[in-house]
Design a binder for this molecule. Structure first.
Ligand code: ZN
Length: 89
């Protein structure tokens, strides 16, 4: 799956608790933030996995959706796909 185009990315200084990281391909919610995460911050310890999704683990690779196994919802260093805002950096 191609990296999102700059025009499709919203720039936010932080993501609030309750934001859902979701798959851009199948649209399923994957992880919910349990606390506010600043731009450039880490998700480890700040997210809980939603039903049927494995625990979040750190690491520096693009993340493939564990449900459809197609969509990539995170591109390093800090572009993620959210249910509420679409692509965010
Ligand atoms: Zn998916």
């Amino acid at each position: 799956m191609p990296r999102p185009a700059p025009a499709d990315i919203t720039f936010l200084s932080s993501l609030h608790s309750g934001t859902i990281l979701s798959c851009p391909d199948c649209g399923m919610g994957l992880y919910m933030l349990t606390k506010k995460v600043q731009r450039g911050g880490r998700f480890a310890g700040s997210v809980k996995s939603l039903a049927g999704v494995p625990e979040y683990a750190g690491g520096g690779m693009p993340r493939r959706c564990p449900l459809c196994k197609r969509g990539e919802w995170w591109y390093p260093p800090g572009t993620v796909h959210t249910l509420q805002h679409g692509w965010v950096e």
